[in-house]
Write a protein that binds this ligand. Structure first.
Ligand SMILES: [Zn+2]
Length: 285
């Protein structure tokens, strides 16, 4: 078990890295870690995470009562408390606004496609918690739906949240989410991801035990049957196939050419205008 002095220094270091990588701007973001069974060490309100000092941190109990520290605890303390209440295995919580992952959260696009083997094996998927006003009780309620089954999630129109078995593990999951979002974004610009097949995803899940990767929940056997009140498995979209890599169009959400009646199609503005003009002409005739 790390000493309090070490944990204070670790929070400073993680804050410095988050700020240096652009995961937070100004005073954004917050970090907490369990000191022992009843106390948390947490970043204070209204400080830039890139310029913290070990003496700045607050100590609170698990109900959020301040026990020590000159400053008040993070304005998102309630969100951290909710995580610790629901996840007795979580030793640390990190919240930031990494720009590409946050752009997915703003666009309402979860990072739940089977794209990268390492991400499937470690995080499973990264869902989006519903929009909630920051610093209110809405935010812990929104996080509550996914936190039992996920170590990382996006927060709609806000940012991202990760938990870990120690502070660096929580921080590295934040790095993984931003890296995954970056790769997903570029792959979509290049025409779309090729997805890992369902069979490959199950094989990767099997590696979790082999490599000692702890996961709070399994990958959902049937993503469509996930209950809406609280997720108890990780939704990973992977098409069934005998081959290991499958074009994303088989999800029915890819570019024109997909055959599902619910599939999305994309038209340029001039193509759409031409279609409407044709329809108007047909009506007139
Ligand atoms: Zn925030």
């Amino acid at each position: 078990m790390a000493t309090e002095a070490q944990l204070r220094a670790d929070i400073v270091e993680v804050g410095r890295r988050m700020y240096a990588r652009g995961y937070t701007a100004s005073n954004d973001g917050n970090i907490s870690v369990r000191l022992d069974a009843t106390r948390l060490l947490m970043t204070p309100k209204s400080v830039c995470k890139g310029f913290m000092d070990p003496s700045m941190m607050c100590i609170t109990d698990l109900d959020g009562k301040k026990l020590a520290g000159d400053r008040d605890p993070s304005s998102e303390m309630q969100m951290h408390l909710e995580v610790y209440r629901q996840r007795t295995d979580a030793q640390a919580v990190v919240h930031a606004h990494p720009p590409i992952a946050t752009a997915f959260a703003v666009a309402g696009i979860p990072l739940d496609r089977a794209v990268l083997a390492e991400v499937v094996t470690t995080l499973g998927s990264v869902p989006i918690a519903d929009y909630a006003t920051p610093s209110t009780k809405e935010l812990p309620q929104a996080v509550s739906k996914y936190i039992k089954a996920h170590d990382g999630m996006l927060l709609a129109n806000h940012g991202a949240l990760t938990v870990g078995s120690d502070l660096y593990s929580a921080y590295f999951k934040m790095e993984t989410i931003e890296h995954f979002a970056h790769i997903s974004f570029i792959a979509r610009m290049l025409g779309g991801e090729r997805l890992l097949s369902k069979e490959e995803v199950l094989r990767l899940q099997g590696l979790r035990g082999m490599y000692g990767i702890s996961s709070p929940a399994p990958i959902c056997a049937d993503p469509d049957s996930t209950p809406s009140d609280q997720a108890d498995c990780q939704v990973v979209f992977a098409p069934p196939s005998r081959t290991r890599l499958v074009p994303s169009t088989s999800l029915g959400t890819g570019p024109a050419g997909a055959t599902s009646p619910d599939a999305e199609i994309r038209l340029t503005y001039s193509e759409l205008t031409a279609l409407i003009e044709d329809a108007v002409k047909a009506l007139k005739n």
